[in-house]
Ligand binder design. Sequence first.
Ligand code: 6GU
Length: 246
Amino acid sequence: MRIDILTLFPQMFDGLLNCSIIGRARERGLVDIRLHDIRGYTHDKHHVVDDYPYGGGAGMVLKPEPIFEAVESIKSELGLSAVPIILLTPQGRLFTQGTARELAGYQHLILICGHYEGVDERVADHLVSDEISIGDYLLSGGEVAAMAVMDCVVRLLPGVLGSEVSLVEESHIGGLLEYPQYTRPPVYRGLAAPSVLLSGDHGEIARWRRKQSLLRTAKRRPDLIEKAVLAPEDKILLSEAFEIKS
Ligand code: 6GU
C-alpha cells in the first residue's frame, strides 16, 4: 500500500514512521508512506497557507489552493487510479475498526491533515472523497488523527502482523473488550495472577477469559454489549453476574 500524507507539520510523523510495527512494515516494503508539506505548494514569497474566515470570527482557515494542487500533483504522478482522498476533521464520520478494515483494502490512500479553525469547505465538497474523525474530542490538528488511522490500517495489511495475531483480532474478541492478561511472576508483591491461568486446563481458561470479556464490556462499554453477538451461554453468564451484583 502507498499512503500520501498532506500536512503543515511533516516532522510530527518522524517517530511513528521509524518505530515498531510501521517502521518494520516500511523496512520490509509492505507500505510506502510519503509526507508532503502543504506549504511547499504555495507560490507566494511568504508561503501563506491560511487566511481569515469569510464572515468573520475567530481563528484562521486553511486556503484551498495549496491543498488542491498537492492532491493533483500526487494524482498526476500516479495516473488514473481511483484513490480515496480522506480529510481528517472533527466533522468527519467516526473512525472504527470497520473503517480501518475498509481502508486496508485499497492500494493507495491520500490523507489530508486539517489545522487551525478548519479547512475551506470547497476542499471537503469538491476534492475529498471522505471525511474522518477519530472521536468526539478536539485535537489541535489532523496529524494525530492521521497517525491513528494509519497505524490501524497498516497493522491489517497482509504480512505486517503474524497471521495468528490477526486471526485473534478478527474473530475471537468479536466486538467485546479484551480479557485481562498476566505473565510471570505468578505472585508479584503479594499479588497473585489468577490461578486458573496457571492450571493448564485450556477449557477452563477459555471460559474464564470469555467471562472476563463479557463482564468488563458490560460494565465499561454497555454500548458494545448491545451490538455484540452473544451465545446463549454468554447471556446466562451475564444475567447471573448482574443478578448477584444488583
Ligand atoms: Cl480528525 N481532527 C481534529 N482536529 N480533532 C479531532 C479529530 C480530527 N478527530 C477527533 N478529534
